[in-house]
Design a protein around this ligand. Structure first.
Ligand code: CO
Length: 149
């Protein structure tokens, strides 16, 4: 396992679409392990593969309940909307308010390639939505809620 370099805002790779993972081979497993390690080392709650320079549809998330790895994640359904503060390891020392669904249903593969379907709420749902956006080249700053006084 190894720490990977986190790509920062301005790096073109963050704006590209990631490709579906066809096979979870040894290389992919190493990538997943490295992503988890890199996320924890940087005190993040989520990390997407393009953030470490790999255009594959893989994200890791841990909002305090353990590490979740999602391969080829798809948000099947969503409900509600809530505005809260987000940050991103690729945009250091900044935060902004973003509206996200309060409930989502997700389909993906786990780190062993097994199909999983689950529901997520609140902060966990927010983190997944943020990371899945990365796979389509979308950053939270594209979605900032305008402050109204
Ligand atoms: Co991010």
């Amino acid at each position: 396992m190894a720490l990977r370099n986190i790509r920062k805002y301005g790096d073109e790779i963050l704006r590209k679409n990631s490709k579906e993972v066809k096979e979870i081979d040894k290389r992919t497993k190493t990538l997943i392990e490295d992503m988890g390690e890199t996320m924890y080392a940087n005190e993040g709650v989520g990390l997407a593969a393009p953030q470490v320079g790999v255009l594959k549809r893989i994200v890791v998330v841990d909002v305090g309940d353990g590490l979740t790895c999602l391969v080829n994640p798809v948000i099947l359904e969503q409900k509600g909307s809530d505005v809260d503060v987000e940050g991103c390891l690729s945009i250091p020392n900044k935060q902004g308010k973003v509206a996200r669904p309060t409930w989502i249903k997700v389909k993906s593969l786990d780190k062993d390639g097994k199909e999983v379907e689950f529901e997520a709420e609140d902060y966990f749902a927010r983190a997944i939505c943020h990371e899945v956006d990365h796979l389509d080249g979308i950053l939270y700053i594209d979605k900032l809620v305008k402050e109204e006084e």
